[in-house]
Design a protein around this ligand. Structure first.
Ligand code: LLP
Length: 497
């Protein structure tokens, strides 16, 4: 248990070391974990055909490098595995105008979970009919935007939301428009996580209508009776970073049962079943995610079997992968600034003090909160070169004023890493940039898409002026920078400190 009350204990909590044995090759790029185009050429990491030192020279650090072939390849893998279904990219994982266009061009649907994600997708030209809007507290303004722009579905999440939506839908129908297509999000009583699923401890959360209490059925019946709404199907989402299909199969079993209940209660056959997202990815070499083909085969089979057992026609399936499309193809590049060997209380081999090197980089919890928030694990390598130096136990930390500002808790790096070297952290495409903050007024890094040797900045680096612009006092002040006669000290990549 790492949680503690904020206060004087901060920073004094001793963590066990979980680095395991050093790998035989510290610079190896496990294809399981790294983007599809990642390779080392003369020791240096290349992504999308571009050497990382060049990318850093052009765009600085910290830098998100997105391998376009990987991102679109994974989207395509889902689209072909689910060719007879709809694949919605869960855009909360990572969304910008370019990504919205790729997803649109590649024929997928898109999930937005806020009015602003919806606005971004629409502004990028994403076809409204292929967008679904999620959220447990959609505002009137968000619902109005969804209704006016004619999106494919609104996924209903509460009775209050139904009350809020009905007058908007009625106004659209009165003006000659079609009823608003909606899904009911059912809480099916399964909360799945990476390795296990729990079939009881799920009700105590904010999303959806409970199946167990009968709310999901009540909501479906209510919506079917509203002429301005068109209930097209049911939705379920059971968690994230899930490695096996058992939880999805259990959820499918329950939600098909709800389809049957709706039919019995109203005579209405619902034609769509959206089983949500949550398909896990490999952050570490030992992670073993399921493939889109496996997921598709198993879900299809379980839904077909359940429908056959209940005498229902098989509905059209939909899934909502976010992390499994966006996660693996992006790498974060950082420059090392300081290295501090810290002697640990525990000892290593007899007589040898165990030393952990705190390797500080120029980003941190503001560009990747997942380690601090979820205890997430990442793979990280020295990127600008390889080294034959013996392994050293390290912890990669950021530059925030917080001891919990850890990016990679335990890892082995070559013992000759030095300030100015570049580190690459793998699989940062999902929920890193999208959860980035300006803590300590650090600025959000840019995202550069690489493909066939070309690099395109698809999101530029935030500037201090961008941030000052929001401040009543500072809005029109230039951000101070070092005087030309006193240039900021530089650490050229690979230079000795
Ligand atoms: N559909 C719904 C209704 C969701 O709530 C989510 C994620 C997804 C699809 C996509 O799940 P994915 O395929 O990406 O696992 N910030 C956390 C993850 C939160 C996921 C929230 N919902 C993280 O960094 O792990």
């Amino acid at each position: 248990m790492r949680a503690h009350p904020a206060g004087p204990l901060h920073g004094t909590i001793q963590q066990p070391t979980a680095a395991g044995a050093p790998p035989s090759d510290l610079g190896a790029l496990d294809p399981h974990v790294w983007p599809r185009t990642a390779q080392r050429i003369d020791g240096e990491l290349h992504l999308g055909g571009r050497p990382v030192t060049e990318l850093v020279r052009e765009h600085g650090t910290p830098l998100f490098v997105l391998d376009e072939a990987d991102f679109r390849g994974r989207a395509g893998d889902f689209a072909s595995a689910f060719a007879d279904a709809d694949v919605h990219y869960a855009s909360k994982a990572f969304l910008c105008g370019q990504v919205a266009r790729w997803i649109a061009d590649d024929g997928l649907h898109l999930d937005a979970c806020s009015g602003n994600e919806l606005s971004l997708a629409l502004a990028a030209g994403f076809p409204a009919g292929r967008i679904a809007l999620h959220g447990n507290n959609k505002s009137l303004v968000e619902l109005q935007l969804a209704v006016d722009s004619g999106i494919g579905h609104i996924v209903l999440d509460s009775f209050d939301e139904i009350d809020r939506l009905v007058p908007l839908a009625e106004a659209r129908v009165a003006a000659g428009g079609i009823p608003v297509p909606v899904l009911i999000r059912a809480t099916v009583g399964i909360e799945a996580h990476t390795h296990e699923f729990i079939a009881t401890a799920h009700e105590d959360q904010k999303f959806g209508f409970s199946l167990a209490t009968g709310d999901a059925l009540t909501a479906a019946v209510r919506v079917i009776r509203e002429p301005a709404l068109e209930l097209t199907g049911l939705h379920s989402h059971i968690g994230s970073q899930i490695f096996d299909t058992a939880g999805f199969e259990a959820a499918a079993h329950r939600v098909v049962g709800l389809l049957a209940q709706v039919q019995q209660a109203t005579g209405r056959l619902l034609g769509e079943l959206n089983l949500g997202g949550g398909f896990g990815i490999a952050y570490l070499a030992e992670d073993d995610p399921v493939t889109p083909d496996d997921v598709a085969t198993r879900l299809r089979a379980v839904v077909a079997a359940e429908c056959a057992a209940l005498g229902l026609p098989v509905p059209r399936l939909a899934v909502e992968p976010g992390r499994a499309i966006a996660g693996p193809g992006t790498v974060t590049l950082y420059e090392i600034g300081t290295i501090k060997p810290v002697r640990l209380g525990a000892s290593g081999a007899p007589g040898t003090p165990l030393v952990r090197n705190y390797v500080s980089v120029d980003g941190g919890m503001s560009d990747n909160i997942r380690t601090a928030l979820y205890d997430a694990s990442y793979t990280c390598v020295l990127a600008n070169r390889t080294s034959d130096a013996p392994p050293a136990l390290c912890r990669v930390v950021g530059k925030h004023c917080e001891s919990g500002d850890i990016l990679v808790r335990d890892l082995w790096l070559p013992s000759d890493v030095q300030p100015g070297d570049l580190l690459a952290v793998a699989a940062t495409g999902a929920y890193c940039w999208s959860m980035a903050s300006n803590y300590n007024y650090l600025l959000k890094p840019p995202v550069v898409a690489v493909r066939d040797g070309a690099a395109t900045e698809i999101v530029r680096r935030q500037t201090l002026s961008d941030v000052f612009a929001l401040d009543a006092v500072l809005a029109d002040r230039p951000a101070p920078s070092p005087a030309p006669s006193q240039p900021a000290p530089e650490h050229p990549v690979g230079a000795a400190s």
